[in-house]
Design a protein around this ligand. Structure first.
Ligand code: LLP
Length: 392
């Protein structure tokens, strides 16, 4: 991701910033498109992972649809050229204002998460004399075996409709003439690397599909959600997720009927590896027990390590082999940010070459749930983005 020229360029720039390598992004998108199109699968990009404008333009140019979770994301999808027939609106708490805006934009489908929501969408669609496309998000009660903060498909989670509520869903759909039932939707969690989990999901989707067919509904769409994980430990050597194996599981185990469409909502796997948070060492604090590298970026720019104890590889770009400096002995550092919170720590006990004030530090794999989860805590400035090459 970084060569000597990139690092020389960074030296001229104010930090912190998100660096986007658009070549990595393009290669990832290409790999996903190739693997999914083998089976005629449709991929909607889960925009919540990253809505940087250049990232959105690039993803749109590869023909992906957009999976949105707010009225503003729907608006952004339209503005960035995603066709309305490829825009899906999901989310457990859609407001009337957001539903109305999505109806006005004539999006393809709402992923509905409760029986009450079905009646609300129906009423709002009726007032506009429209029919809203609907997929029912079902909570499949499948354990994604990922961090419990990013598990969504268990009955204890707030998402989706439990299978024992399906009779109420069927009744609601029959009572709501302004809804057009399109299919069923699932999402069991994020950063999933165990393909066995997706096999279990396929089994549940097949059962749920049978339920709808048995109750007289035509299921046009099977939406399996997202969740495919990335390798946070090897951002260079393993920068592209195993799309081949992922889509193959669904091709092998999902009961797809003729004419039916299979949809996916990938976020992280498309964008995580294309970005790094670039920061500078402000201070080096050597203690008796601990050495600290205090960076000019913190939890306000990348909160994942603090929120989910997530691992992100950290590199000192100014001292990496290849720099002109003679190698200094390795030191263990706690790498921390400037925010007034003890949890503002990217990683403890990292072995790096001896580091100095002004050194450039890269926190890798920051493309998914990085910039989008930034905050202005401590009245910090929102930081900008730098791109690898001339962009679209
Ligand atoms: N579809 C639905 C309904 C979702 O809730 C999500 C993510 C996705 C698709 C995309 O999932 P992905 O392919 O990116 O795993 N902030 C957390 C992740 C939260 C994921 C929320 N839902 C993190 O930084 O790990």
């Amino acid at each position: 991701m970084f060569n000597k020229n990139t690092i020389t360029r960074f030296e001229q720039l104010e930090t912190p910033f998100y660096y986007y390598d658009l070549n990595v992004l393009s290669k990832t998108l290409e790999a996903c498109r190739t693997a999914s199109s083998k089976y005629g699968f449709h991929v909607h990009y889960a925009m919540k992972a990253n809505f940087n404008p250049k990232v959105l333009d690039t993803i749109q140019s590869y023909g992906f649809g957009a999976d949105c979770v707010s009225g503003n994301e729907v608006k952004a999808a339209v503005e960035h050229g995603f066709g309305k027939e490829k825009i899906v609106f999901a989310g457990v708490g859609k407001s009337d204002k957001e539903i109305n805006a999505a109806l006005d934009a004539d999006i393809f489908c709402f992923n509905a998460e409760s029986v009450q929501e079905l009646f609300i969408i129906n009423d709002l669609a009726k007032a506009k004399n429209k029919k809203a496309g609907i997929a029912i998000r079902i909570n499949p009660n499948v354990d994604a075996h990922t961090h419990h903060f990013i598990t969504t498909g268990l009955e204890e989670n707030k998402f989706g409709i439990n299978s024992w509520q399906l009779p109420d869903v069927a009744e609601a759909l029959r009572k709501c003439p302004n809804l057009q039932f399109l299919g069923i939707h699932f999402h069991i969690g994020s950063q999933i690397t165990d393909m066995e989990v997706y096999k279990s999901l396929c089994t549940r989707i097949n059962e749920m599909q049978d339920w709808f067919v048995d109750h007289g509904f035509e299921v046009k769409i099977l939406n399996t959600g997202g969740g495919l994980g990335v390798d946070y430990h090897n951002p260079d050597t393993n920068s592209i997720s195993d799309f081949e194996s992922y889509f193959k599981v669904f091709s092998n185990f999902l009961n797809v009927k003729p004419g039916q469409e299979v949809h996916f909502e990938l976020g992280r796997a498309l964008v995580a590896q294309c970005s790094a948070l670039i920061s500078r060492v402000l201070y080096v604090k050597n203690g008796l027990k601990k050495n600290f590298l205090i960076l000019d970026a913190g939890m306000t720019e990348l909160i994942r390590p603090m929120l989910y104890q997530a691992y992100h590889q950290i590199e000192n770009l100014s001292r990496e082999s290849g720099s002109n400096e003679p190698e200094k002995p390795a030191v263990h550092y706690d790498i921390v940010g400037p925010i007034c919170e003890s949890t503002d720590c990217f990683q403890k006990d990292v072995e790096l070459q001896q580091s100095f004030r002004g050194d450039l530090i890269a926190v890798r794999t920051a493309g998914a749930y990085g910039e989008v989860m930034a905050s202005g805590y401590n009245l910090r400035d929102r930081v900008g983005s730098v791109y690898s090459n001339p962009v679209l």
